[in-house]
Design a protein around this ligand. Sequence first.
Ligand SMILES: *[C@@H]1O[C@H](CO)[C@@H](O)[C@H](O)[C@H]1NC(C)=O
Ligand SMILES: *[C@@H]1O[C@H](CO)[C@@H](O)[C@H](O)[C@H]1NC(C)=O
Ligand SMILES: *[C@@H]1O[C@H](CO)[C@@H](O)[C@H](O)[C@H]1NC(C)=O
Ligand SMILES: *[C@@H]1O[C@H](CO)[C@@H](O)[C@H](O)[C@H]1NC(C)=O
Ligand SMILES: *[C@@H]1O[C@H](CO)[C@@H](O)[C@H](O)[C@H]1NC(C)=O
Ligand SMILES: *[C@@H]1O[C@H](CO)[C@@H](O)[C@H](O)[C@H]1NC(C)=O
Ligand SMILES: *[C@@H]1O[C@H](CO)[C@@H](O)[C@H](O)[C@H]1NC(C)=O
Ligand SMILES: *[C@@H]1O[C@H](CO)[C@@H](O)[C@H](O)[C@H]1NC(C)=O
Ligand SMILES: CC(=O)N[C@H]1CO[C@H](CO)[C@@H](O)[C@@H]1O
Length: 455
Amino acid sequence: MTMASFQVVLALVLAAALGFVRGDELRLRVQEPPGSRPHSVTITEFGAVGDGETLNTVSFQNAVFYVRSFADKGGAQLYVPKGRWLTGSFNLTSHITLFLEEGAVIIGTKDSSQWPIVEPLPSYGQGLDLPGPRHLSLINGYNLTDVVITGNGGVIDGQGSIWWDWLRSHELNHSRPHLLEFLHSTEIVVSNLTFLNSPAWSIHPVYCSNVKLHNVTVHTSPDALLTDGIVPDSCSNVCIEDSTISVSHEAISLKSGWDKYGISFGKATSDVRISRVDLQSSSGAALAFGSEMSGGISDIHADHVHIHDSYKGISFKTSLGRGGYIKEVVISDVQMDDVHVGIEFKGNCSTHPDSHFDPFELPVIRHITLKNMVATNISVAGVFSGIDSDPFTSLCLSNLNFSMADSATSSSWSCSNVSGYSDTVFPKPCSELRNPSSSPTICFALSSYSALAVA
Ligand SMILES: *[C@@H]1O[C@H](CO)[C@@H](O)[C@H](O)[C@H]1NC(C)=O
Ligand SMILES: *[C@@H]1O[C@H](CO)[C@@H](O)[C@H](O)[C@H]1NC(C)=O
Ligand SMILES: *[C@@H]1O[C@H](CO)[C@@H](O)[C@H](O)[C@H]1NC(C)=O
Ligand SMILES: *[C@@H]1O[C@H](CO)[C@@H](O)[C@H](O)[C@H]1NC(C)=O
Ligand SMILES: *[C@@H]1O[C@H](CO)[C@@H](O)[C@H](O)[C@H]1NC(C)=O
Ligand SMILES: *[C@@H]1O[C@H](CO)[C@@H](O)[C@H](O)[C@H]1NC(C)=O
Ligand SMILES: *[C@@H]1O[C@H](CO)[C@@H](O)[C@H](O)[C@H]1NC(C)=O
Ligand SMILES: *[C@@H]1O[C@H](CO)[C@@H](O)[C@H](O)[C@H]1NC(C)=O
Ligand SMILES: CC(=O)N[C@H]1CO[C@H](CO)[C@@H](O)[C@@H]1O
C-alpha cells in the first residue's frame, strides 16, 4: 500500500470510528466521481483492438465476464480508451461501470449475424418491425442492478444506416436491434456520452426502475427510418435531464406495451421526470406518449423543454383496443420553435399486433396539464381528437402563446371528443376546452402545486 492510500484509509477508519461516516456510507463517500469502482480493467487486456476493423465482440463479452467476479467486491470499471472499437452485441453485469474515454467510440458491426436473435418483449408479443423474435441490442442489461455507463464524452455508434436500408427494402428477417437496452433492471445511470445512429431506438429501459439519464446526446441522421431516442417503457422512477436528442422519429417516447400483450403484462410507466432537454424530431413528435400504452402511463412531469424543427411537438397517441391509460401528466415551461403541429391528441393510431384486438378495451386519457408554453412559427397549434364514446377529459391548457406560421395552411385548434379547461391561451382554443361549466379544479397539478396554481 502506498503512503498516500494508507493515509486515505487511515482517515476513513478514523472518520468511521469517530462517527463522521457510517460504515454503510463509507463506500459511497469515497466514490468520486459517481460510478467509480474499487477495481478497473481495460478492454485491451482482453485482446480488443481499437482500429475500427477488428471485431471485438468476444473481448467485450470476456471483459464483462471477468468484471462479474468483482460483484461482491464493490464492482469494477471496464475502461474503454481512445480508439474505434467495433463489436457485436454484448451483455453487461451488475455493479459495472462502462467508462468511455474521450475519443473512444464503440461501433456496432454491420454484420447482422453478430446481433443474436432473442424473444420478443412479452408486453408487445412481437418485434418492432416484424412478427416473431428480434435482434438483441448492441449493449444489453438483463436482471441487473447498479450499472453506470459514462465517460468523458465517448460515443456509442450503431451504424444504423444499413438497418434502415434493410427495413426500406424489406430485407430484414427480424426486427431491428436498439443501441442500449435494459430489461428488469434497477439503479441504472447513463451520463456524459453520445449515442449515434441507432438501428432503431437509442436507449430503451424496459421493466426497469430507478433509471437516471443525465447529460446524454442522442442523434440519428435525418434519413434514418423510424429511429426513436430515449424510450422509457413499463418503467418507474426515471429521470432524464440536461440532454439533447435529435432523431427522425420520436425524441423521447413513453410507452408501456401493446394491446392484449401490454394489458396482460400490466406494467405501467410511472414517476418520470424530464427536465432541461432539447428535443428535435424530423418525422415524429419531440415528446410522445404511446401509442403503445396498454400497461398505463402516469405521474409524468416534464419541464424546461426546448422543442424545435420538428414535425410534431408534444403528442399523446392511443387507439381502441389499447386499454391502459395516460393520466396525471404535467408539462410546463416549454419553448417550441418551427414545428408543424404543436400539440396532438390522437385516438386512432390503429396499428395492432394482430387483428384479434378487443375494441372494447378503451384507453383512458385524462388529467393532462400543459402550461407556460411559448411557441413560434407553428403551422397547426393543436389537433385534439379523442375517441367517439371514449372522450379524453380534463385536458388543461394554461398560459400558452402560439405564434402561427405566416402561411395559408396554418390553422389554430381543432377538437373532437375531448373536454377540458383553458386559461390565457392564444390563439383562442376550441369551445370543448372552454366549457363554461368546467373549472380549473378539474386540472391535474402536482401535489406541490395547488389546483388553482395552474390558472
Ligand atoms: C459527468 O461529467 C461531469 C463533468 O465533467 C462530472 O461532474 C460528473 O461527475 C460526470 N458524471 C459521471 C457519472 O461520471
Ligand atoms: C445475452 O443476453 C441474452 C438475453 O438476455 C441472451 O440470450 C444471450 O445468450 C446473452 N449472451 C451472452 C454472451 O451471454
Ligand atoms: C435475477 O437476479 C436475481 C438476483 O440478482 C436472481 O435471484 C434471479 O434468479 C435472477 N433471475 C433471472 C431470471 O435471471
Ligand atoms: C457533459 O458531458 C460532456 C462529455 O460528453 C462533458 O464534457 C461535460 O462536462 C458534461 N457536462 C455536465 C454538466 O456534466
Ligand atoms: C436474412 O436471411 C438470409 C437467409 O438466411 C440472409 O442471407 C440475409 O443476410 C439475412 N438478412 C439480414 C438483414 O440479416
Ligand atoms: C417555420 O417552420 C418550418 C418548419 O415547420 C420551417 O421549414 C420554416 O423555415 C420556418 N420558418 C421560419 C421563418 O423560420
Ligand atoms: C385519424 O383521424 C384523422 C383526423 O380525424 C385522420 O386524418 C386520419 O386519417 C385518421 N387515421 C386513421 C389511421 O384512421
Ligand atoms: C405572444 O407572444 C408574442 C411574441 O412572441 C407577443 O408579441 C404577443 O403579445 C404574445 N401574446 C399574448 C396574448 O401574450
Ligand atoms: C360523443 C361524441 O361527442 N362523439 C363525437 C366524436 O367526434 C366525432 C367526429 O368529430 C363526432 O361525429 C361525434 O359526435
